[in-house]
Every structure is written in C-alpha cells, then in structure tokens.
Design a protein. Structure first.
Lengths: 303, 437
C-alpha cells in the first residue's frame, strides 16, 4: 500500500534550530521583559464591577480617589468582556478593600452593586509560589520515574527536555503578551507538563514497539517510520486537545481564560515538540549505542 | 467466560453506571454543589501568625480552628465549610453571605476569652437562656462586664476527679488567682460563664472559694467536650493571631455569569469535537460521541455523589478541568480508531484487527493518561487555593475516561468488527473491499 512518507528525521536539524531559537528567545524575553505577577503573588485587591453602563474609566478612577485610595492614578482599571470594570489596587487589608468597594459603589451611583472583591494579604504569595514549585518538582520527578520504569531512562530524559522547552515557551509568551501570572496559570503550566507528554508517549509507544527486533533499518529511519505511522493520530489528538481549550479562551470569561491562554500555547508547543524535539533527540541518542551504530553503518545508503 | 459474555457484562456494567449516575445527578442544579465563585459568597483563608513566643504547631491550629468555628457559628452561617489548608492556614467558605463586611469584621477580630458573672449580665432574656442551656448563648456587647479576661489563664489540662469523672483543670497567674479567689469567696453557688468572642462556651457554678488559682471544672463531660473546653481555655493562655491571607467576595450575579460563560465554552468545545469526530471517523465518530456522552453522564454522577457526601463543590477552575478532559476522552477514541485502521491496512480481518487495536490503544492511553494524572495529583496535593478544584476534576476525568474506554468504546469496536464494519466499511470510515486477503 502506497503511503506518503514525510522525512521528519531528515529535517531534524531544522527542528533543533527552531526549538533552540524559540527557547533562547523565550529566555531572553523573560530576562528582559520579565513576568508580571498577579495580586495572588504580591498582595493586593481586585474589585470587579459589572453592568456599568455609561461609566467611563475616568469615572472609576475618580471614584477610587474619592474612596481614599492614595495611589489611585497607578491603579489598573480595565474594562472586562461584559461591560464591567476590573480594578486592581495595592490594598492588602481585607476590611479596607471592602470599604473602598462600598464607597466606590456609592459614588458611582450603584448602591445595589454586588460586591466582588478579592484581597490577597502580604506574604501569602510566597506560600502559593512555594507550593506551586513543590508541586512542579514532585510532578517532574514522578514523570521521570514513571517513564524510566515503563519505557527507558533515555526516553524520560528526552521527554522531560521537550517539556521544559514547552514550559519555557509558555512563560516566554506570557512575558511577551504582558499577561499576568496567576496561580491558575501555574496550574495550567503544570497540566501542560502532563499533556505535552501525551503526544510524546504516543510516539514513544510506537518507537518502542518498532525497536523490538530492529535489524534491517537504521534507528533514525525506524523513528521516522514510526512517526509517519502514527501521523494522523498525532494530528488528530492534538487538534482535539486544543478545540475545547480554544472554546475556553474565546468564550470562557475572565477566570477560565486564564487557564486557557497558558494551555493553548503549551498544547501547541507540546504537540510540536513531541515530534520536533523529543523523538529526534531520542533517536540521535540511541544511534550512539553500539548496536544501532552498526545498523547505521550497514544501512547508510538506505535513505 | 467467553468473549461474548464478557462484552455483554461490560456493557451492562457501563449501562448501570450511567443509569445510576443520571439518578444521582438529576436535577443537576440541585445535586451538584456549586462553589463559592459560582453561587456567590465569601471565601477567606486565615493564616495563624507565628510570634516570638509561640510557633504555629498543630495544637495552635486546633485552637485557631476552634476560634474560627466559634465565629462562624456566631455569623449563623449554617452551610459554612471550615478546612485546614497547609500547615498554618484555615479556609472558611460562607455561601450566600449577606454582608461581607460584617462577616469579615467578625472573622478578623482578635480572639477574646472572658469570665463573666452571669448574675451581672444586664439582659434578662440572655440570663434566662443561660439558666437552661448555656452553651452557645451569645452575649450582646455592652450588657456585661467580665470578672477577668483570659490572659490570666496559664494552662489547662484534662484530668479526673476522685470519683473518676472527667474534669478540666485550669491554672492561673498571680493576678488571676487573686481576682478569682476574691470573687469565688463571695459568690458561692453563682454561675460563671466562660465566654469566647462573645459566645458562652460553658457556664459552671462556683462550688466554693478557689484560692491559689488551681480551678477544676466538673460536669458530665464527654472526652470531646472536655477537650473542647480545654482548647477554649488555652486560647486565653496562648492567643492565636489570625490574619487574612486571602479573601474573595463574589456576588451572585457575577458567579452566575461566569458559570454561563463556562458552560457555553464547554458546549462549543464539545460541539466542535463531536463534529470533527463524526466527519473524520464517520460511524466510529458517532460511537465516540456516544462514549463522550456516557463519559459526561458518569462524570456528573460521580460529582453528584461527592456533593452529597459534602466532599465536592464545582468551582470555575473545576469547570476548566472538566472541559479540558473532553479532549482527553476523545483522544482515547482516536487512538483506538487509528490503530484499528492501521491494523486493517496490514491485511488482518476486521475481527482480529479490532482485538489487537483495542488492546494496544488502551495500553498507550493508560501510559499517556497516567502521566497527566501524575501532574494532576501533584497539583492537588501540593498546591494551595482554588487550583485544587482544577486538579480534582482533571483526576476524576482521566480515570472515568479509562473506564469508559475499557468497558464501552473498546467493547463496541470489537462487536462492530464482528459484522457491521465488514458489511459496510465505508460507513465506518474504512476503505472498502475484502480485507481478508
């Protein structure tokens, strides 16, 4: 049966270059622009007003000043998707933030407004960050362990390399877009770790299957065949993963968007890196083993 | 058991699960508890502060929790949940609170333990209530003057009197002993209320003059009651300072809006996934849509069971997790179908191809899912705050996905391969012609 074959492995140097450039760019952006951390990490308050017809950003700002907020000119006031306003201030005292909200509602002429106030105290962010880093470390170690046991350590190392690459790209995008880093974003990042591995595992499963009793082919060619064999699976699973996430991104509203942005970028990076990074890295590494080196010499002209 | 029986059994099990799930979750808005970010309310995290004299230990947290519980009771919030978070924090959730400001004020006040002469209370209804069932009676501020405050307490232990009954022993400092001695000498047979944050915890009667500060409180205490009273008294000796680490006030309108947006996003996602699956995989795509439906039903059934056990509430991050797992669930179907196509292309009969395809695809799925599960578990156990809701639905979703794949999708694919696919391969997105070469 005739099958169109795409020479993924032959183009591995292009992939490596692209990945390398993306990673370097991501790190550079992170270093230069830095990340903007949400109030969950540094303390502060977010007040949301909804259904604020006829009220302008300036009105909100002067209401802030009237409510006694000292640096009201530095407060972030942004309109949200539903014709309301999201106001971010540095206030870390819950009671004061609540009072500010009430004063603002009164001076904006909306006494019936539902209170939507989130306040994060100082120092709490450190807790949240530490917990997230702990979760990240544990999850990485567990994933490395699982793949090492079920497959082999070379697969786990290359898979995790691809994953770090994906995570860096997500962070780079956050810095570039100036999006706020929130605990939700960290959660999404952690999930991407698992998710980006989904495709990698699907490819590795096939490579492992084909590597058994490999005698008539170079390891690199076998890897390429494996990817071609599961090409539709790779494309379709990636597509299906991203559809619901795009749904969240476009229709999900404030909180859900937060998850979706990190996930959308991460999923795309993950789908790419399973074929563009994890697989060729693994194949290059494996070809250094004496057994596959012999095959490489023997079938040097095969492709 | 032959394969036919096994298939039938699998289908019966999955059908029962689905029916049971529907019974559990219908009507859905009543059976699945909504989180605070959806139904509106107040959610705060209070963190105990370490001071130069006290480290935050488990015992300190016991006291902190008691103080918080006491305050929540005072707010009259019946549906409140109080939960430890990490080593030094307590999460309090008060659904549908009317005045967030009042609630915050009460929750954030400094703990105050007082000893009050009941007879001195300037409010007859309160005194009447105290004479019948004193525990939990609230004293109105300004209607009483305490004999002394809890600062005089230096320690509390649980012991037994000479009849073997449980008693709580309190020790006091010099000042306290003096005041207490003077008071008890002149007020024998008077009721003294032990009041924490304005709520009476216990109101024993003075049996005799207590000189030297060592007081024994007797009564028909159960060990739990005694422990509670001991903790109450200790809040006086070692006050715990609680600070708000996080407070979220969500109005009911905003919550409802967010839920609607989330559901809409989810439905759009499902619609596109199903459309793609049916267009690409034809008959098998319809099968995956049914599998997705079963997946959703069982998922909601499970959430309803957890809600009934008070172990779950659906938050916005939870909805994000739920929507994300739509992709996970559909992916499993894709792995099975693609493998089937591939095996058929090598010239196997549909029947043998289906068997091998299901086995291989599910093995791949398990590996891929376990890895996602690992990150979800790490997130659930080690992260703090709302993201745990996300990790939770993700975990459940992955497990239910595997159950549906094994008991339903895989079984139906094998059954279809026995005949229907063979008769009309095109209907199932397969290439026509006899494959049994």
């Amino acid at each position: 049966m005739a099958r169109r074959r795409i020479d993924f492995m032959g183009k591995r140097n292009i992939f490596f270059t692209v990945s390398g450039l993306l990673t370097v760019a991501a790190i550079a952006i992170l270093l230069i622009k830095g990340l903007t951390f949400g109030i969950e990490f540094q303390g502060g308050s977010v007040i949301t007003f909804d259904a604020t017809e006829g009220i302008s950003t300036e009105d909100v700002r002067s209401a802030l000043a009237d409510a006694g907020v000292e640096d009201s000119e530095n407060a972030v006031i942004q309109p949200d998707d539903d014709g309301g306003f999201i106001v971010r201030i540095a206030e870390t005292d819950t009671g004061v933030a609540q009072q500010i909200f009430e004063d603002m509602a009164t001076s904006l002429g909306m006494p019936e407004q539902d209170a939507n106030v989130t306040t994060i105290g100082p120092g709490w962010g450190e807790n949240v960050t530490n917990a997230a880093i702990r979760a990240l470390a544990i999850s990485l170690i567990a994933i490395l362990g699982y793949i090492s046991i079920r497959f082999e350590y070379k697969m786990s190392v290359t898979a995790v390399l691809a994953l770090v690459h994906d995570a860096l790209i997500v962070l780079g995008f956050y810095a570039l877009a100036g999006r706020e880093v929130t605990p939700n974003m960290i959660a999404a990042l952690l999930t991407i770790l698992g998710y980006s591995l989904y495709d990698t595992i699907v490819v590795f499963h096939r490579i492992r299957e084909n590597a058994m009793g490999l005698t008539k082919q170079r390891f690199m060619d076998m890897t390429n065949d494996s990817i071609n064999e599961i090409l539709m699976r790779w494309i379709n699973t990636g597509l299906i993963q991203i559809i619901p996430v795009l749904g969240l991104l476009f229709f999900g509203g404030e909180t859900l968007e937060d998850f979706a942005f990190a996930m959308a970028v991460g999923l795309m990076a993950g789908v790419y890196s399973s074929v563009g990074l994890a697989s060729p890295l693994y194949a290059v590494w494996k070809e250094r083993e004496p057994k596959f080196q012999a095959l490489k010499k023997k079938y040097a002209d095969a492709s | 058991m032959d394969s036919r029986q096994r298939n039938a059994l699998s289908l019966v099990v999955i059908l029962l699960l689905a029916v049971g799930a529907v019974v559990m979750f219908w009507p859905i808005q009543d059976k699945i508890t909504q989180g605070l970010d959806i139904q509106g309310g107040l959610s705060v995290i209070l963190t105990a502060q370490e001071t130069s004299t006290t480290a935050v230990t488990d015992e300190v947290m016991d006291r902190a929790e008691l103080i918080v519980r006491n305050r929540v009771d005072r707010l009259g919030a019946t549906e409140a949940t109080i939960q430890r978070q990490g080593a030094d924090s307590i999460l309090v959730q008060l659904p549908g609170v009317k005045s967030a400001k009042d609630a915050l004020e009460i929750l954030g006040s400094t703990g105050q333990l007082e000893f009050v002469d009941v007879a001195s209370i300037n409010d007859t209804t309160t005194i009447a209530a105290l004479s019948t069932a004193p525990d939990g009676v609230e004293l109105k501020p300004g209607t009483y003057t305490p004999i002394m405050t809890g600062e005089v307490v230096t320690g509390a232990t649980i012991g037994t009197d000479n009849l073997g009954k449980i008693e709580v022993q309190v020790t006091m400092d010099e000042n306290g002993s003096r005041t207490w001695g003077e008071y008890t000498s002149t007020h024998i047979n008077q009721q003294v209320a032990i009041v924490l944050d304005g709520v009476v915890q216990s109101a024993p009667v003075v049996q005799g003059a207590i000189l030297g500060g060592n007081t024994a409180i007797t009564g028909d205490f159960t060990p739990e009651e005694a422990k509670k009273l001991k903790t109450v008294l200790e809040t006086g000796a070692l006050p715990v300072t609680l600070k708000f680490s996080e407070s979220r006030v969500v109005g009911p309108t905003l919550g409802k809006e967010s839920l609607d947006q989330g559901l809409y996003a989810g439905l759009v996602g499902i619609a596109f996934v199903v459309a793609f699956m049916i267009l690409y995989y034809r008959g098998l795509g319809v099968l995956s849509a049914v599998a997705l439906g079963l997946y959703g039903i069982i998922f909601f059934g499970f959430l309803a069971v957890l809600s009934a056990m008070n172990a779950f509430s659906l938050t916005l991050p939870g909805i994000a997790g739920l929507i994300l797992t739509i992709g996970v669930a559909a992916d499993t179907s894709i792995l099975i179908f693609e493998r089937l196509k591939e095996e058929v292309a090598t010239g196997k009969t549909y029947r043998t191809a289906a068997k091998s395809a299901v086995r291989h695809a599910i093995s791949t799925s398990i590996d891929a899912d376990v890895v996602t599960l690992v990150s979800a578990i790490a997130l659930y156990f080690f992260a703090i705050g709302p993201v745990r809701g996300f990790a939770f639905t993700l975990m459940i979703g992955i497990v239910i996905d595997l159950v549906v794949a094994i008991l339903f999708t895989g079984v139906i694919v094998r059954m279809l391969a026995e005949g229907p696919i063979n008769k009309t391969p095109a209907l199932y997105g397969m290439k026509g012609g006899d494959q049994r070469g």
